[in-house]
Design a protein around this ligand. Structure first.
Ligand code: IK2
Length: 425
């Protein structure tokens, strides 16, 4: 058969950092601080709920359920997020259950972005936003978070990376259809505070622009930082799609249960994409996630609530990784949220020089070299930038710290042996 010509909408979307680097990490059997998944189990109670769902004799939970979300799950999501957003949520029209947050994002772009619509993406951004904009026929417009070091501070933090309000305002045009906000942010770990979100919200209302708010790390904030939901700000509920992930919430990324929340006049269009593509998500996983949310809702705000327990555990892992990266000269940026940490590898250029004839970004070269030669996997940060800005941000790599202590021990051992440093304790 002669070469098949793919649909034009695939143009420029062929490369994918996860497809490329996840397989390399596995090929080199690298200690994996690359892709963002926990290497420990989800809470026992939700695993048991999953097993019950598929094993009870005659269980209907092995069969199809409601297309737009299994009733127990949409009911509990509406209750919980209704409270958090200060809205009276109708489970049937304000909640859509999707195959992970990925599908919620895909439905939002496909349903609402048309040919030549502009979508503002804040760099660094979770990489799938740009190809999703393109596939919908839209145009991504980029604005980078800029480094504004606070005076007298010893530790670089994600808080130092800020939007310039005037620059942001200049990106809104008559073609702007949506802006994507990701807080806590992947890969930087920045948590946008209320004042920063208010600037975005004001521009959205002024220019009648939609907001896709990716909040998959909503529970993972540290040092008393508060997660603010942009849909709870004045004028924002009616123009915002809020996106979440049970994979991130319950450390069960392989279950791929996510959701989109929003007003019916927006969500009805996401439902159209969903019903004509995925139709519905696995029933048993939805049943188990519903069980998990019911349990956590009963102990919300208490120390044994998983939404507090997980960040507590991650806080210690974050601080440990930060210490180690600092000691080995990688100059990490302390994240306020998420389970990722960027580190500046500029000082490694002499030891790990890039090939002269390559136009591959340095961070890609470095992580591939590190996987092969040190058996340690990380992710190049330039994967989270648009083409134009990649070259300015190819001196950072991203580490993921939602890992067992044994994995972090192994990573630390590699880094310290490589750099000839010892553990402080
Ligand atoms: N949105 C963001 C910001 C995400 O980080 C993710 C998952 N990313 O994990 C891979 C990595 O960065 O290492 C998603 C959406 C997708 O979430 P889900 O797994 O629920 O589809």
């Amino acid at each position: 058969m002669s070469t098949v010509v793919p649909a034009r909408r695939l143009e420029g979307t062929e490369k994918n950092v996860w497809v490329e680097l996840v397989s390399l990490a596995s090929k080199h059997q690298a200690v994996n601080l690359g892709q963002g998944f926990p290497d420990f189990s989800p809470p026992v109670a939700i695993k048991e709920a999953f097993v019950r769902a598929i094993s009870e004799e005659g269980s209907v939970l092995n069969q199809y359920t409601r297309a737009f979300g299994h009733p127990p799950l949409v009911n509990i999501l509406a209750r919980l997020f209704g409270e958090l957003l200060g809205q009276d949520l109708d489970p049937l029209s304000n909640v859509l259950v999707t195959v992970g947050a990925y599908e919620a994002l895909f439905c939002a772009f496909q349903a609402l972005i048309d040919e030549d619509d502009e979508v503002i993406l804040i760099e660094p951004f979770f990489d799938c936003y740009e190809p999703m904009v393109r596939m919908a026929g839209g145009k991504a417009v980029f604005i980078p978070l800029r480094l504004k070091p606070a005076e007298g501070k010893e530790v670089a933090t994600s808080r130092d990376w800020q939007l310039d309000p005037a620059e942001l305002s200049s990106k809104f045009t008559k073609h702007t259809k949506a802006i994507v906000v990701n807080t806590p942010n992947n890969p930087l770990g920045k948590v946008f505070d209320r004042a920063e979100l208010e600037v975005i919200a004001e521009l959205c209302t002024k220019h009648n622009v939609l907001c896709f708010s990716d909040e998959v790390y909503e529970w993972l904030v540290y040092d008393g930082t508060k997660h603010t939901r942009i849909a709870s700000l004045p004028g924002m509920w009616e123009r915002t799609v809020s996106i979440g992930s049970a994979g991130k919430t319950f450390s069960a990324t392989g279950w791929k249960v996510g959701w989109a929340l929003g007003p019916d006049h927006i969500l009805r269009h996401l439902r159209t994409v969903h019903q004509n593509s995925i139709y519905h998500c696995p029933t048993a996983a939805q049943e188990a996630v519903a069980h998990g949310f019911r349990m956590e809702l009963d102990r919300l705000g208490q120390p044994d609530c998983y939404f507090m327990q997980l960040p507590r555990e991650l806080h210690a892992k974050r601080d440990r990784l930060f210490r180690c990266l600092t000691d080995v000269g990688m100059r990490p940026i302390m994240p306020e949220g998420s389970y990722f940490m960027l580190a500046d590898i500029s000082d490694f250029r002499a030891e790990v020089p890039p090939p002269e004839d390559s136009d591959e970004p340095y961070d890609y070269f470095f992580v591939k070299w590190m996987m092969e030669n040190k058996r340690l996997a990380a992710i190049p940060a330039s994967a989270f930038y648009g083409t134009e800005h990649k070259k300015h941000f190819d001196h950072f790599i991203r580490f993921c710290f939602v890992k067992e202590e044994a994995t972090l021990d192994a990573a630390e051992e590699i880094l310290r042996r490589w750099r000839g440093t010892r553990t402080a304790s």
